[in-house]
Design a protein around this ligand. Structure first.
Ligand code: SF4
Ligand code: SF4
Length: 143
């Protein structure tokens, strides 16, 4: 039939005009990342960490570097903890290996930088910063 293609095309256009948008107005609207999202940096809960080093030894790409010290009771304590996201495979093996489950993925995905060093995160410093922010927020709420 003459014009059948045109009619079909117009029908598709009409249908699409009333369909719900599937695009997001990023960055104004942040994406709703799923629970199992991998791609951020590692968030470390220093107070729960037992400094066993299993995350570092299980990492196939050497993305985690940590050092420990012994305290006055000869107990191992975390001294430094760095996650190099530039080397990370986002394989999750570190998180699976962690006995007290004190590392998890942050929901931060839009980090970038002009050098490889910008992809290296000091997880202990970030945990300290986060704890200070949480504390000040609680004080403000009580306030
Ligand atoms: S996700 Fe994989 S590659 Fe990345 S730090 Fe963990 S173990 Fe290493
Ligand atoms: S595996 Fe977990 S508890 Fe052990 S050093 Fe790594 S983050 Fe800390």
């Amino acid at each position: 039939m003459l014009g059948k293609g045109l009619l079909t095309g117009m029908a598709v256009t009409l249908r699409e005009m009333f369909r719900k948008n599937v695009t997001e107005e990023y960055p104004e609207v942040q994406p709703d990342l799923g629970e199992r999202f991998r791609g951020g940096r590692l968030e470390l809960n220093v107070s729960k960490c037992i400094a066993c080093g299993l995350c570092m030894t299980n990492c196939p790409n050497g993305s985690i570097k940590l050092t420990t010290v012994k305290d006055e009771n000869n107990k191992r304590q975390l001294n430094t903890y760095v996650h190099n996201t530039g080397l990370c495979l986002f394989c999750n093996l570190c998180i699976e290996a962690c006995p007290p489950k004190c590392i998890e993925w942050s929901k931060e995905f839009a980090y970038s930088g002009y050098s490889r060093d910008a992809l290296i995160f000091d997880c202990m410093a970030l945990d300290k910063q986060q704890s200070a922010e949480d504390k000040s927020q609680t004080t403000e709420e009580k306030g």
